[in-house]
Structure formats: C-alpha cells, structure tokens
Design a binder for this molecule. Structure first.
Ligand code: 5GP
Length: 190
C-alpha cells in the first residue's frame, strides 16, 4: 500500500535490534486518515470471503482491527495479555513470547466471544517473528473456528515468519512489506 510505505519512509525510524519505530502515526499518535485507508484496503482484500469476526491482540492491533471492522461491518475481538494463568476455564488461552519486550504473556479470549461458527480475519500492526500471529491462530483453532486469513500493517519479511506461514497455506496480506532495514535504509518488497 503506497500511502503506508510513503509514511514509513517519511516518519519511521529504525532502532537497534531491527525495530521499526512508527509511534508518530501508528503506535502512539495515530494518523486517522491513514488508519481509515488501511481499513478500506483490508476490507477490499477480504471482500466476499465470508469473514464474521476480526481478531487481534491488545493493544496496538486494536485500532487497525477496528478500522477494518467498521468497513467490513463485523465485530472486532481483541485477545488480552495476562501475566497470570486463568484458572476457571472460561477462556481460551495460549502463551506468546514478545521479542520486543522479552516477556511471555498468557493471551486469552473469553469462550463467549468466539465459536465454531466464526470465520476469522486476524489483524495486527506488525508481523516479525510470528509469535503473536501463531498465538492468535492457536486461539482460533481452540475455539474450533475457521481462519479466513490475516491482514498485517507492516511485515518485516526478513524475519521469515510470514513466508513460512504462507507456505503452510495461511493467507497473509501485508499492507507494507519490508525486505530489509540494514543501516537504517528501508527497502520494500516489490
Ligand atoms: P512477532 O510476534 O511477529 O515477533 O511480533 C509481533 C508484535 O511485536 C507486534 O504485535 C508488535 O507489537 C511487536 N513488534 C514486532 N516488531 C516490531 C517493530 O519493528 N516495531 C514495533 N513498533 N513493534 C514491533
């Protein structure tokens, strides 16, 4: 998506550890015109695919998920990150390791909000090593729901997780695909 790529080039900063900082338009301050355009693009990509629910993980995926959900007219469900394990069995849960924070989270959703009748589109801000996405896929499977596909704002292709999941048959649409960020120079996949 040209508009997003241009914004990344204009305002993104490459931090040590191959982290792309996009706080000025996506992760802290949100460019609402760009957000709306991303929602429109995700809705276009998955038009006619029978999506019944969009799912993400708190917190940074929620805005993009809502932008897409409003365009597609479907509810948005966000998994919560808990430090403690849930004991009463009312949730589906899995563990996700965050490389950016070097921490493990229990990621949970209530059993009341996802079931076997659902066709789920997973949405997130970044796809890097794929831990967050694999956690969400696990939750979809635990609920017996169908995974329709994935929409990501920014994929760091050099981490390889997106292509590995595509080879397994998962449909992943990324609005900006970064092939490399060596020495701070951002190169997109063409
Ligand atoms: P993964 O689980 O695919 O390794 O990472 C996905 C999550 O880590 C995203 O939801 C995002 O919050 C965070 N993340 C990974 N890489 C980056 C990055 O380069 N910049 C920012 N801002 N967040 C990232």
């Amino acid at each position: 998506m040209r508009q997003l790529e241009e914004k990344i080039l204009a305002e993104g900063t490459v931090l040590p550890g191959d982290i792309l900082k996009v706080g000025s338009f996506l992760n802290q301050r949100i460019d609402t015109r760009l957000l709306k355009a991303m929602g429109v693009e995700i809705a276009r990509l998955y038009e006619g695919c029978g999506v019944t629910k969009i799912m993400t993980i708190e917190a940074s995926g929620i805005a993009i998920a809502c932008a897409a959900g409003m365009e597609m007219g479907v509810p948005v469900l966000f998994a919560k990150k808990h430090r403690t394990s849930n004991v009463d069995g009312s949730v589906y849960q899995t563990i996700v390791h965050s490389f950016t924070h070097n921490e493990d989270y229990n990621v949970v959703i209530s059993r009341d909000y996802l079931d076997a009748s659902d066709h789920v589109l997973l949405v997130d801000d970044f796809l890097a090593r794929g831990q967050a996405l694999e956690g969400m896929i696990e939750l979809v499977h635990l609920a017996g729901a169908q995974l329709t596909g994935v929409a990501i704002a920014i994929e760091k292709c050099f981490n390889g997780a997106g292509d590995a999941l595509r080879r397994k048959g998962v449909r992943i649409e990324s609005l900006a695909m970064i092939e490399s960020m060596t020495d701070g120079e951002i190169v997109f996949r063409s």
